[in-house]
Design a protein around this ligand. Structure first.
Ligand code: OAD
Length: 240
């Protein structure tokens, strides 16, 4: 078993890991995309057409998330980061709950709802105020309209972020795929990149996803329950 000590462990998370914290997911029964249209709220065109509407939705999401706390699944990933020599967390989430739990090194594929970027001068800065005093918020430097620093439909991921995630995936020996419907690219391809390079895939999701048939092991349970248990049972196999 000690042979596995230095093997890189990677976790890829999606909205489902924050579901038990009270953050709505995007798909499924109570998913945001059932009641809201991504085309009206999460595209550059939508923002150019109606920044007030897009900002009203993001302000509501910031308020919702601000009232949520990390759950045992988030905290388990913090323990992995603190305990393992070779662990990387990649997330599609913009909610900041991994960092709130204590994760220090997080590859945020889709950005952060707590960071704003100026559509004029491209200034980027953290802003955790809830509520924001003005909507849409304005840039302190140039007066331009600020937008959330998140990836919208039709936009590309940042090159350096995607490259880092791809590299980590290709070097993984085990990838935990936690709480993602695995339908949004390029994130959905990362587990397959890892698997092609020889990694084992372990899925934590109460529902079946397109990733399920590729997974070597599947836990059909809420991540807050299954992930701490899996870690308690296997941590002895990893380099501490
Ligand atoms: P989705 O909402 O598409 O999927 C959430 C997944 O979490 C589903 O497969 C659920 O079955 C699962 N789930 C629900 N509760 C869970 C729990 N307690 N434990 C574990 N899993 C649970 O969210 P993502 O896959 O993250 O992109 O969505 C990917 C991207 O689509 C998001 O980052 C966002 C969205 O549009 C952008 O905004 C660019």
């Amino acid at each position: 078993m000690k042979e596995s000590l230095e093997r890189p462990l990677t976790a890829l998370t999606g909205a489902g890991i924050s579901a038990e914290s009270g953050v709505p997911t995007f798909r499924g029964q109570a998913g945001l995309w059932r009641d809201y249209s991504p085309h009206e709220l999460a595209t550059p065109d939508a923002f150019n057409r109606n920044p007030e509407l897009v900002w009203a939705w993001y302000a509501w999401r910031r308020e919702t998330i601000a009232g949520c706390r990390p759950n045992p699944a988030h905290r388990t990933l913090v323990d992995m980061e603190e305990s393992l020599k070779n662990f990387t967390l990649i997330t599609q989430n913009v909610d900041g709950l991994h960092q709130a739990a204590g994760s220090k090194r997080v590859i945020e594929l889709h950005g952060s709802i707590w960071r704003l970027v100026c559509t004029g001068c491209r200034y980027v800065g953290d802003d955790k105020r809830v509520p924001l005093p003005d909507l849409p918020p304005r840039c302190q430097i140039c007066g331009g309209v600020l937008r959330p620093d998140v990836i919208w439909f039709g936009e590309s991921l940042r090159r350096e972020v995607l490259d880092a995630a791809w590299r980590v995936a290709a070097q993984s020996k085990v990838m935990l795929v936690i709480g993602t419907s695995a339908v949004v690219e390029p994130a959905a391809s990362l587990p397959l990149v890892a698997q092609r390079a020889g990694a084992r895939l372990i899925e934590f999701n109460p529902d079946t996803t397109p990733m399920s048939r590729h997974a070597d092991q599947v836990f059909r349970e809420p991540a807050g329950k299954a992930l701490p248990r899996w870690w308690a049972e296997t941590r002895g196999c990893w380099a501490l």
